[in-house]
Design a binder for this molecule. Structure first.
Ligand SMILES: *Cc1c(COP(=O)(O)O)cnc(C)c1O
Length: 432
């Protein structure tokens, strides 16, 4: 499989190159040259496939023979070695729980797959790679955990001191080994700025092989298709495909679902569930794409004013606005609605949503009110404990700590404190 740049001025590359580069040199996003058609047997007999066999069938055309079958099987089994349960909330609404991975968010799937592919490719090259990222909270934990112990890759994460939740901070700072956390005395934007400066520093890049691990990397984007198939496998009514609602920020997650659908996965309709950051909601109304400044909301992992994967969505629909509108609708949900949904669902069904899941739930409910013969799934993208500071005051109760992170809470944070000062960062990187 070759990948072209959505800006069309960089050469096509294979999966390996696309994974190592992340973004194309012309600043476009890599996109597969052709979208594979799935074998019919996968959909018709999906219940006879294991999770691993589904994943292998879905991803193999994208990877080709650049990773051996045995190695790809190993990468897949390590990527999806946790549960993806589909839980019934009420008659017509189901939750696909994507928070059973090590950092309790769906980003674990993409981060685990990408880190192992990158580790594999750099081993071939006998190079040591330094992954440098800035995080506002959620991405950093998934990336740190995904790369933990991956040979040949050092990970350096910059995060704003005092501005991430305590669970998120422990996820970043307690791993050690090849993972280093730099605690920056500034904001997320300061961290982002320092990282950008490092990538633009020619002298530094001669000495170190720096790469980013951001969500536009094809090796993070493509494996996110897996759990849409796992949802379909668990869907009882194969005669009537589900509506799927995806809490969206950079639109990588929903874009993976749209790709799976284009390859043959039955989905009745997609809902892009947005918070007050409503660029795509507006686009579907007006056909005009107008990026905005992001607005801070309760579902902060979706506070994106210029979603990077929008260009990929246009590619999937070959720039045809009407075909896109037939397949995807959008709702913009306010913080007030997020709070009341979280509270009501908890009181009425005893199911505790996180703020992102609450946006997905309400958007789905609104759509089903107008299409009352259908049923649907929303993706529950994170465990509510990650956002306990938002959730607890709404339900007036403490969030139960899942077993999986009880150990984490006993560990001690290890970070290196740093001022917002590029020379200090550079000196540190060169001393590694
Ligand atoms: C990152 C994130 C999202 C948004 O996903 P995109 O792929 O950027 O649309 C939604 N919910 C949670 C909890 C996240 O961490």
């Amino acid at each position: 499989m070759l990948y072209y740049s959505t800006n069309h001025t960089s050469p096509k590359v294979n999966f390996k190159e696309a994974t190592i580069r992340g973004q194309a040199p012309d600043k476009g996003l890599y996109f597969p040259d052709n979208i594979p058609v799935l074998p019919r047997g996968l959909i018709e007999n999906i219940n006879s496939y294991s999770k691993e066999e589904i994943a292998q069938t879905v991803i193999h055309p994208y990877v080709g023979d650049e990773i051996s079958k045995a190695k790809l099987e190993k990468i897949i089994s390590e990527t999806i070695n946790f549960e993806f349960p589909l839980v019934k909330i009420k008659e017509n609404i189901f939750s696909l729980e994507l928070f059973h991975g090590p950092t309790l968010a769906f980003k674990d799937v993409g981060a685990r797959f990408m880190s192992r592919c990158l580790g594999h490719f750099v081993k071939d090259e006998n190079k040591k790679v330094t992954v440098l990222i800035a995080t506002s909270g959620d991405t950093g934990g998934a990336v740190a955990n995904g790369f933990y112990n991956v040979e040949g890759v050092d990970v350096i994460i910059l995060y704003p001191s005092g501005k991430v939740s305590s669970v998120q901070e422990l996820q970043l700072t307690t791993l050690g080994k090849n993972i280093t956390a730099l605690e920056v005395n500034g904001t997320f934007d300061d961290c982002q700025q320092l990282v950008k400066q490092a990538f633009a520093d020619k002298e530094l890049n001669k000495k170190l092989f720096l790469t980013s691990a951001n969500s536009i990397n094809v090796a993070r984007w493509l494996p996110q298709q897996f759990y849409y198939f796992f949802a379909y496998q668990q869907w009882q009514d194969k005669g009537q495909a589900p509506v799927i609602s995806v809490p969206s920020g950079n639109f990588g997650n929903i874009c993976a679902g749209l790709l799976a659908h284009k390859s043959g996965l039955p989905v009745e309709h997609f809902i892009a569930a947005c918070n007050a950051n409503d660029v795509i909601y507006d686009y579907l109304k007006t056909e005009k794409y107008m990026p905005k400044q992001s607005i801070a909301t309760l579902s902060n992992a979706m506070d994106v004013g210029n979603p990077s994967n929008f260009v990929r969505i246009l590619e999937i629909f070959e720039q045809q606005f009407d075909s896109l509108k037939n397949v995807m609708s959008s709702y913009s949900i306010s913080d007030e609605e997020t709070r009341s949904t979280l509270k009501e669902v908890y009181l009425n069904t005893n199911y505790l949503l996180d703020p992102h899941g609450a946006v997905g739930y309400l958007a789905l409910e609104k759509y089903l009110e107008e299409h009352n013969n259908l049923k649907g799934i929303f993706l529950e993208t994170a465990h509510p404990v990650k956002f306990y500071d938002v959730v607890e005051p709404i339900i007036n109760q403490a969030v139960l700590i899942p077993e999986a992170i009880k150990g984490l809470l006993k560990e001690k944070k290890k970070s290196i404190k740093m001022e917002v000062n590029y020379s200090a960062l550079k000196e540190y990187l060169l001393s590694k």
